[in-house]
Structures are given as structure tokens and as C-alpha cells.
Design a protein around this ligand. Structure first.
Ligand code: SF4
Length: 170
């Protein structure tokens, strides 16, 4: 239950933090358009977990590529020109978990949108941004209130936490 709670907290808080952190994320990869063979994708049966960070997550698929495991996340809806920052952080968390659980650092993860696939490079800068984000989230989790970080109604309409969110715009 604790694991699930931590993961849900992680997912929810990414939405709050991402837009307020743009200045610090100049090193965030924008994602490379790639072709990937969906037949080679293997289902993930159980969540990946890192005790040190108390982080758990379950990518949609894992792909073996040159002796390394590459996480894949499938998104539905509109295909953006570049991956959303929240999706990049989610992928960074999966790459972190793959590294911790397999002992091999993935070079990248793949975000699969309906119209296009992007490779997100798992750079040291992205890993550091992820660790900073998680540290910020832990601090925010101790506060009574967390402010909404955007004015985008569409983002709220697409948000999985909308029903329980008293900050939603739509
Ligand atoms: S509903 Fe809107 S304000 Fe609430 S968590 Fe989702 S995106 Fe943020």
C-alpha cells in the first residue's frame, strides 16, 4: 500500500511541479523521433521498485536492446510535437528503476504516442532533475496545501486525478 501511495504521489505531484521548474530543466531532453518494432515489446508483469528512494513504477513494456533493458510507455490521445515534460519525468523514473533493478543503465526510454515514437535519452542531467523533483515532492507532501502550477483547462480535462482535485480548472 505504501508503494502504491508513493507512486500515486509521484504521478500526481509531477503535474504540480513540472511547469514551475522550466528554468532548471534546460538540460531536459526533448525526445528523438524513432521507429520501434512493437512486436519486440515484452509485457511487464510486476512493478519495478527501488527501496533506497521508495519509488515504484510499472512501464507498459520492456524491450531488450543490445544487452540492455529499455522501458516503453504507451500514451493515448493527441500526439504532441515533442513529449510532455510530465511524460519525460515519468520515463526518467522508469529508466532509474530499470537501472536499479537490472544493474544496467538504459541509454534511453521510449514514449509511444498514437502517431509517433520518441526516444528520451536518460542522461545524468535528466537523472539529477528527477532526483531534485522527488526531493521537492517530498517537501511539498509535508505542506498542507500544494498550489496548481498552470492555467491550462485542457491539462485538467486530461488529468487522471481530476475527480479528486479541488484545484481543477475544468
Ligand atoms: S486536475 Fe488539474 S490542477 Fe488538479 S492535479 Fe490534475 S492537472 Fe493539476
Amino acid at each position: 500500500m505504501l508503494i502504491v501511495g508513493i507512486f500515486l504521489l509521484f504521478s500526481a505531484c509531477v503535474l504540480f511541479f513540472v511547469s514551475g521548474r522550466q528554468r532548471r530543466l534546460s538540460g531536459l531532453p526533448s525526445g528523438r523521433i524513432i521507429y520501434s518494432d512493437t512486436h519486440a515489446w515484452g509485457n511487464v508483469e510486476k512493478p519495478l521498485f527501488d527501496h533506497d528512494l521508495g519509488l515504484a513504477g510499472k512501464p507498459d513494456y520492456l524491450v531488450e536492446e543490445n544487452g540492455r533493458t529499455i522501458p516503453v510507455e504507451v500514451k493515448t490521445g493527441r500526439t504532441p510535437a515533442a513529449p510532455y515534460d510530465s511524460h519525460i519525468f515519468q520515463m526518467a523514473a522508469y529508466c532509474y528503476l530499470v537501472h536499479k533493478t537490472t544493474g544496467k543503465r538504459p541509454s534511453h526510454g521510449i514514449i509511444h504516442y498514437p502517431g509517433r515514437d520518441f526516444a528520451v535519452d536518460y542522461t545524468p542531467a535528466l537523472e539529477n532533475a528527477l532526483l531534485d523533483l522527488i526531493a521537492d515532492m517530498r517537501i511539498a507532501g509535508r505542506r498542507l496545501e500544494v498550489q496548481r502550477s498552470h492555467e491550462d483547462e485542457q491539462r485538467c480535462l486530461r488529468c487522471g486525478f481530476r475527480e479528486g482535485c479541488d484545484r481543477r480548472l475544468a
